[in-house]
Design a protein around this ligand. Structure first.
Ligand code: 5GP
Length: 217
């Protein structure tokens, strides 16, 4: 008798939202708690903050190195954000998806737009995009201030960019209106679980003994 064995193709999960929306924490946490999910470490020309490590938080590159890699076509997408370059290396994404692992990417709205425009069928089939929307501007400002990672000028720039980014929420398939960390994570996790069940992500892999013999395998 034939046994139905299904293999899953990985999800390419793009998560955007303004600074302080908690999108990095959501992606990082899921990748730690769920062995089928991996976090795509981005490359950036921004300076490491205290406590950030190369190869863990980002691949910290010089602008020259970043631009050379961009010219060689090593990035799936890249964009200038808050005055620095940020990009996702193809090596962080493509093999995982083919192997059935879900890739979680925390990227800005420009990067998400570039991924949506990517003409590769595999990328489009894998793509799920989610926006993390703070409930209101006060909430956003509180979150930005509480991070304490920026000086006043950087904070102003990030706030201005955050307000611009928030205008793009309706370009995403899903929006999480941010409550507290646990609520957001529960919703995020259930979205990924549901997406994993989509029939289009499944393919049959096994054949019966008889079929294998007929095929000369
Ligand atoms: P931060 O400097 O706070 O770590 O990140 C600043 C912004 O850059 C965030 O909105 C983050 O989502 C975005 N970002 C991080 N990695 C990438 C990436 O690989 N590509 C793009 N387009 N944006 C990124």
């Amino acid at each position: 008798m034939s046994e139905l064995a299904l293999q899953r193709r990985g999800i390419l999960c793009v998560v955007s939202g303004p600074s302080g929306s908690g999108k990095t924490t959501l992606c990082r946490r899921l990748s730690c708690e769920d062995e089928e999910a991996v976090y795509a470490i981005s490359a950036t020309t921004r300076q490491p903050r205290t406590g950030e490590y190369d190869g863990t938080d980002y691949y910290f590159l010089s602008r020259e190195d970043f631009e050379a890699r961009a010219t060689r076509g090593e990035f799936l997408e890249y964009a200038e954000v808050h005055g620095n370059l940020y990009g996702t290396l193809k090596s962080e994404v493509l093999n995982h998806i083919s192997a059935g692992r879900d890739v979680l990417m925390d990227i800005d709205v420009q990067g998400a737009g570039l991924i949506r425009e990517n003409s590769d069928r595999g990328i489009q089939d894998a793509l799920v995009d989610i926006f993390i929307l703070p409930r209101n501007e006060e909430d956003l400002l509180d979150r930005l201030r509480n991070r304490g990672t920026e000086n006043d000028d950087q904070l102003k720039l990030r706030l201005r960019n955050a307000l611009d980014e928030m205008k793009h929420w309706d370009e995403y398939a899903y929006t999480i209106i941010s409550g507290n960390k646990e609520e957001d994570f529960a919703i995020f996790q259930s979205m990924i679980e549901s997406e994993r069940c989509r029939s289009k992500r499944l393919k049959t892999v096994e054949t019966t003994q008889l079929e294998q013999e007929e095929l000369g395998l």
